[in-house]
Design a binder for this molecule. Structure first.
Ligand SMILES: O=C(O)CCC(=O)C(=O)O
Length: 305
């Protein structure tokens, strides 16, 4: 497919369904480089920046299983923008061209991760909306890209989406009553029958899905004896405004990757007033995310006195 961005028909489908799959968007050569880097990081063959989060699967962390290989212990790498190899995904010209077709020119990265779903872990991700995690608005100017690094199937826990659910509102989320739920995973509350509308996105390596931050999505358990891996980033148009009532952006890097100011950190409009969104209203009570937001809010209030 080369550097050709999404077709008009694909962009229309994105707005209709809240997601669109671009088959064969990236080549195996790119995937191999990221796969190797993942393994080098997890096996301790390379130095990494302190900011990168290397997260164990919850079943390993809690001692429910004890696999020998570190590759079977790690669930994801996150915040890898300072890693020169993995960051190439966030700045990939083909991905950026597609992203700009959806959210317009002038783009910043707001989140990234490489998700490793090893065999023998639960690894399910309940249906949720990513907007929960982002202070930027409008939501239509935010998009995720998610690229399959291995074949992803219903059997190994592919992504699932509820088509059309991007036209709803941000919902309150909760901690589902599951035995093993990875840190930072929450499920949208009061889903009712919507769970039955979910669609499994089976994809080949290099296929990439772009999805809206309000779409309900998640992923299933890996029931195979192989790994399921994917690499993903979130982007927002640099003209987005910060609308959380928590005015503290230092804990994450929001970096302009296309348009004016490329290479610099986002320094746009903060709209922190009573009209803003209070993120506490949407996160589960007693979750680490709630603690984190409260701490950030308290710090911001102390600093502004
Ligand atoms: O890759 C997965 O298993 C789930 C990813 C996901 O839900 C997300 O990126 O928000």
């Amino acid at each position: 497919m080369g550097d050709r961005p999404l077709s008009d028909e694909q962009v229309e489908r994105y707005w209709r369904d809240g997601f669109v799959v671009a088959p064969g968007l990236l080549g195996q050569a790119d995937l191999d480089v990221w796969d190797q880097r993942f393994e080098d990081i997890v096996l301790g063959n390379v130095e990494i920046d302190d900011r990168m989060l290397v997260m164990k699967d919850v079943m390993v962390a809690k001692g429910a299983i004890d696999p020998e290989s570190p590759l079977e212990r790690i669930q994801k790498l996150q915040d890898f923008e300072l890693d020169p190899v993995l960051d190439r995904y966030c700045q990939h010209p083909t991905i950026l061209a597609c992203v700009e077709r959806i959210i317009g020119d002038g783009v910043m990265t707001i989140h990234n991760m490489l998700i490793n779903k090893p065999p023998n872990v639960d690894g399910r991700h309940p249906l949720h909306q990513d907007l929960l995690y982002f202070p930027f608005r409008p939501a239509d100017r935010i998009v995720a890209s998610w690229t399959a690094m291995t074949r992803v199937t219903k059997e190994n826990g592919c992504l699932v989406v509820v088509p059309g659910s991007h036209r709803g509102e941000l919902m309150a989320h909760e901690n589902p009553d599951w035995d093993h739920l990875n840190g930072g995973y929450f499920g949208a509350k009061d889903l009712g029958d919507r769970i039955d509308e979910r669609l499994h996105l089976e994809m080949e390596p290099g296929d990439t899905v772009f999805f809206h931050p309000i779409i309900l999505h998640g992923s299933g358990r890996n029931r195979t004896d192989g790994f399921r891996r994917a690499i993903s980033a979130h982007y927002a148009n640099s003209a987005c405004e910060w609308t959380w009532t928590v005015d503290e952006s230092a804990s994450r890097m929001y970096r302009i990757v296309s348009g004016e100011g490329v290479g610099s950190e986002w320094n746009g409009t903060h709209k922190v007033d009573t009209e803003g969104t209070d993120p506490i209203d949407f996160v589960p009570a007693d979750s680490p995310l709630e603690d984190n937001i409260r701490t950030r809010r308290d710090r911001a209030r102390t600093e502004s006195q």
